[in-house]
Design a protein around this ligand. Sequence first.
Ligand code: SME
Length: 157
Amino acid sequence: MAEDLKITEGSIIEQYKDIIPQILAIIADERDLVANLANIVAALKEQFNWFWVGFYLVKDNELVLAPFQGPIACTRIAKGRGVCGDAWEQSKVLIVPDVDAYPGHIACSSHSKSEIVLPILRNGTCLGVLDIDSSALNTFDEIDAQYLQEVIDAIRF
Ligand code: SME
């Protein structure tokens, strides 16, 4: 596997179109879940430089912090708590343009201003979430959801 990521400049779509095939190639070669989650967050952080990129995995009916890049974060989130717990409970992608306006948002950092959370669904069961925080308002939209979903779908459990 190539060890250097090719980082692209350009529109957000151009960036996704360049980085996603690289991510898919990296994780296709490896069977270990933690190794793959770690490389996914590293690649996304390196390309987009978002404030925080990480996974939470469902363990014993809680979301537990998994590989991430960024400042330290809360380790456990209950179902229906915060954006992550809501995305888990609702099995739905949640896009939050302003975290301060989101009821129940869990502020791991005051620098986080907007957020997207994608549930990882397999046979209708949520196994975890991908959580991305931005230090700017209104960072994420359906384009992000669409491209990030391609990464979610490629993760093998
Ligand atoms: N803000 C999230 C908590 C996780 S951190 O952002 C890393 C939430 O409301 O679920």
